[in-house]
Design a protein around this ligand. Sequence first.
Ligand SMILES: Cc1cc2nc3c(=O)[nH]c(=O)nc-3n(C[C@H](O)[C@H](O)[C@H](O)COP(=O)(O)OP(=O)(O)OC[C@H]3O[C@@H](n4cnc5c(N)ncnc54)[C@H](O)[C@@H]3O)c2cc1C
Length: 487
Amino acid sequence: MTSLAFWSFLVEKSILPDATFIQPAPHILFVHGEEKREWLKRRVEKLSKLPAFAATEYSEDYDTIQKWSGLLCNGRPRSGGEVIAASRHPDGTEVNYGLLTRHLVQSFGELGGDVQLLSTVTALRQQADKRWLVAVHKADLTDSNQVVRARFVFAGGGGGSLSLLQMAGIPEVQGYGGMPVSGKFLVCQKLDVVEQNLNKVYGPAAVSAPPMSVPHIDFRSLYGKDVIFFGPFAGFSPMLFKVSGTPLDWLATINWHNVLPMAKMAMSNLPLVKYLIKEIFASKGAQLEALREFYPAAKPEDWTMVWAGQRIQIVNPKGELQFGTEVLSSKDGTLVGLLGASPGASVSPQIALEVINKFDKGANSAFQWHLALSKWIPCYGRDVNKEPGLYDQIMSKARKVLLAGNTAGYRSSRVNTAHLFDLIDLDHDGTLTMKEVSKYLLGQGMAKEQIQALVNALDTDKSGTISRQEFDEGFGKVVSSLLPKSD
Ligand SMILES: Cc1cc2nc3c(=O)[nH]c(=O)nc-3n(C[C@H](O)[C@H](O)[C@H](O)COP(=O)(O)OP(=O)(O)OC[C@H]3O[C@@H](n4cnc5c(N)ncnc54)[C@H](O)[C@@H]3O)c2cc1C
């Protein structure tokens, strides 16, 4: 709720240019088998008493579930098979965090902030006046080193946060360790499959599986291209980052303060270790079987396996493996670090509030600080499940600003498509002629025959020109069909 409220505020204030990063994607929980049906029914009965879950629908009816997500019933017998059940929350969303981050960084720059890319923090040292000296290596052509002097430092380095806090040498980080776990997903780009499911469909977690491993069919809208992910499947790589560094970076985080907690974690989580090993060595067939629990008609040729990322799960000084996010701060409130990996992006505004409040100037600041935050985020410090009306207040604003109103990003491609139409429509008469389309696309290196085929495909009423509606409806499909086929 904090995320939706904050993003609504940012779009309303034009700090974010639009809401193309978010779109509706109802959240479904799907089960089969008598035992799980009973479990889901009881879950919905309990949860729907809370305002945030009051809109949850529940069904055991094949047709209703098929209407919610065609994939779940595709290849599943209508009668004579196992009992099925699903719950559906209509207020779920799909967020393109990459796009959101780009927009946030752009606004930060426009508002006077300075973003330095290609820069690696290599050392952190606190001086007697409590200020920090931050050594930065610039990986640009200067290949130079810089030192930044700062009153406050936030170490938000993802898998690199533990190393950053260890570099700073604060006693609060002693005993913490990091456990790398990779996430792999099956991905389908085939339009006729993707169109059957515009939801996030979750299943119950397997026995001994960590919470972030809940299997799900994940509809994603990536820069105008709709795809489905299925996973995650665990993998292992002794790295802190997905694309950079070496295994030595991880080994360097193990020291005499955390080696015992790490060993204790391994010993006390044997079922989890067994689960991870099973996952890592799961065959393609086993992965496809897991997918078929949701989508029985899944064909291997429609799915590709991708390595989606690297998580560094935190092991605390007691030797417990943490699946959430851990905010650590130095005693004097000048350095705050964010450890852990998941859940992350979706709850980042809430975590940012926790981070800010750990700084010496955060929660201890003037009353105005809290006043401003509650103006931006109506649920700041409040519980939507305890205050009647608060959930609806936030959700109706989010629907208006983010999901359905003029600024809504419903189907992220739509806004980009509209911009493109305006760009091609040189005489601004609201229709595109072959001449206008050719002028634009010849300049992009497209062949005449391809342009003719594109115009023919978009001009569905065969009037010889393309209306805005024809362009909106057909452009995404035509572009998708030009992409190389997945193997
Ligand atoms: C497979 C997978 C699926 C996920 N799915 C979801 C999901 O559906 N929903 C969700 O909410 N979350 C999801 N997450 C979790 C989410 O991606 C993370 O929680 C989130 O990205 C963490 O953001 P962050 O900014 O803290 O770290 P990151 O996104 O890792 O960013 C940290 C940045 O700091 C940089 N850095 C590191 N060390 C240094 C240094 N010394 N100097 C300078 N820069 C440094 C890194 O290069 C990186 O760019 C998923 C994660 C994975 C791996």
